[in-house]
Design a protein around this ligand. Structure first.
Ligand SMILES: [Zn+2]
Length: 110
């Protein structure tokens, strides 16, 4: 499903896209700002990090910071996280980083 968003085959509220990475609003926001940053290339999760180009992983975090700044939450603060596998509650098996902010965040995501 995230492959479809990255390729434009499925609509999403995209806030940033380049040749490596796409960022778009989560359809079930858990904070006032809840944006997902994904590699355009399909990776199941961070479990594949060691076989992945580090530039791609770094770009994901750079884009998270950029999108946070553009969303106006760079100063108030935000959280970037990724869930891996069932115990973490990974919902979509395409690597994605949650960018959360805009209000006080609790320690755990529901
Ligand atoms: Zn995918």
């Amino acid at each position: 499903m995230f492959c479809e968003i990255a390729s434009g085959r499925q609509p999403a509220r995209i806030v940033y896209q380049d040749d490596l990475v796409t960022a778009f609003w989560d359809i079930h926001p858990q904070a006032r700002v809840h944006i997902l940053v994904i590699p355009n290339q399909h990776l199941t999760s961070l479990r594949e990090a060691e076989e992945t180009d580090p530039v791609l992983l770094g770009r994901c975090l750079q884009v998270a910071a950029r999108v946070a700044r553009e969303a106006g939450i760079a100063e108030s603060g935000y959280r970037v996280l990724t869930n891996v596998g069932p115990d973490a509650g990974q919902s979509v098996y395409h690597l994605h980083f949650h960018l959360l902010g805009g209000n006080r965040l609790r320690m755990a995501l529901g």
